[in-house]
Write a protein that binds this ligand. Sequence first.
Ligand code: ADP
Ligand code: MG
Length: 682
Amino acid sequence: MAIDYDTMLSGFRDFFDSFPDVAAPLYRDRIEEMKREGKKSLVIDCDHLITYDQTLYEALVSDPQTVIPVAEQVLQELISEQDPHLLHVRFLNLDSTMQREIRAIRSSDIHKLIQTSAIVGRTSEVKPEIVEAVFECERCGEIIFITQGGTNFKKPTACPNPACGKSGPFKLLEEQSRFIDWQLIKVQERPETLRGGRMPQHLNCLLREDIVDVAQAGSRIVITGILKTVQDIQFKIIKTTFSKYLDVIGIEVMEKEVDDIDITDEEEALILSMSQDPQIVAKVVGSISPSIYGHNDVKEAIALQLFSGVRRTLPDGTRLRGDSNILMVGDPGVAKSQLLQYVTRLAPRSVYTSGKGTSSAGLTAAVIRDETTGGWALEAGALVLADGGVACIDEIDKMTPDDRSSVHEAMEQQTISIAKAGIVATLNARASILAAANPKLGRFDNYKNELEQIDLPPSLMSRFDLIFILKDIPNELEDGRIATHILDARSGHDEKIAPLIEPDILLKYISFAKRTVEPDLSKEASETLHKYYVSIRRQGSEGGAVPITARQLEALVRLSEARARLRLSHIVTRQDAEATITLYNSMIEKVMKDKETGNMDVDIIMTGKPKSQRDKIVQVTQLIEQVESEHEEGAPYEEVQKRAKEIGISKEFLARAVEELKRGGEVFEPRAGYIKTVKTTF
Ligand code: ADP
Ligand code: MG
């Protein structure tokens, strides 16, 4: 199969001159364009090369380090005026036998040209790399050129001037040396290829010259490159094992919107016929984690989240997200983690992570020191890697303080901005979030409002479209059913828990719906949502609390759109809106009802407290101020307690309120047993 140098040379000349046709040579045209625009790379689609000259293509993939320079030499002849070092021929779109998942790369691939699809997990800064070093002999002034290559810097060993011949010293002349751009990126396997919750494997990739900085952390890319190795060294001992990296020849950044799930014509026909089933919504809901009994409202919400609403850009440039964010807060052992894991397996492009996870980048992104390069690198966190899919975050209440402060931006703007150590970037994080949390004290206290028992800042909580409270309350009937369900699943009766729709097909169904359907609200649907919004607002204004805000209205729109999309309908109908409202009502009943007054109150979500409590806290502050004005050294706590009791505020509530005011910096303790309010003076 080996072909000689001259055959390769004429092979590329012919290919450039006469593919697909001598009259209209595609690559000659591209080369002319390169000349006009001063471009440095010619990109060749290997599909073309295979059809034109199979032997040449085979030589290319099996020995790229010999063949690529030949192609570059031919290019050089055709663009003679350019600096010879700067021209590259880049090859993309290898045939399937040269495509590898990262985990399937083997030693037989070393020095071959291979292709892989991956997500960029980490990007280093772009550095200058010396490729031609110019030295001066400090004894005789002789100038010495040394071409660099490989990882170690090469210096002259002896002066080539016969009259000198000394072994240095030599001075590097930086201004006369030649540098190129260099970047190391670390890519990882795509989540959709990781069925069964496997950890993604990584591959280091080296980029040079005009392909540096084309891919961002979180980008989906297809790369071709030569698999190379460096020998492992551990504690200064040279090992017999090697680490691999890809010397990148070609890189293609995929469009974000498109996932790589293939749908055949038969599957498409099946999906279309499934969508006509009047029971399709129930069937999809029933296919979500069927081994888990109950939680139907959560499953319905998850189904809608998987399909997601429509991402819109308004005429004034405002962007509206289509993704819904869902939070489950519940007692331990109610299958929260189980649901998250199921969704991770089901949803295209989903990523599973835990708030207390160990990844240095956490949920958002981080600038870190890169051990291999010694420089700074930007690493993508879960929300960036799940761009375009679902980020399943378990134990979100345990996330790091850094994540706490940046996760808001991701949820509302769907971007993550980072500016640290000279790296400034805005990464896309257009993921829906499905999160789970435990109550602050491990288990819900039934006498307090649920949301007060969640250790999450209210500003974060208010960005969830739906919040579910899952309590584990003993109930004979339900307990019996759960037990039957769990035991059946483990005694060979698995037909009961078989999903109505196979996960493989459901995944394709979701992908198809998201690609092809962008439903708009019908007049009836808008009217329904409008009426609901106004009526709930009215209900609140009577009780003095705000039950719902425009943010919740937007959430309802997204969920209604998702429901239409699930039916592959281009129109959101009244039924879609009504079903969404039913789901929403079941949530606000549980979450937004003030235990004390029975009113709906969105402030429980927005501020973490119902209005009745906020009113009482204001009363406490006023009381402290009053007692304080009657005493020199601050208000004696006992006195405050006595008077609080008179106006119906319990000892416990007072203690909690004072604790909270202290934390907020509104009161302080000048000495034990006394409190003082902080007066703001202007
Ligand atoms: P959590 O994350 O809420 O603490 P897990 O997801 O770890 O709980 O669930 C604990 C176990 O109990 C899991 O194996 C799960 O399958 C089982 N389980 C809990 N609730 C149900 C249910 N309603 N139906 C079936 N299995 C359940
Ligand atoms: Mg759990």
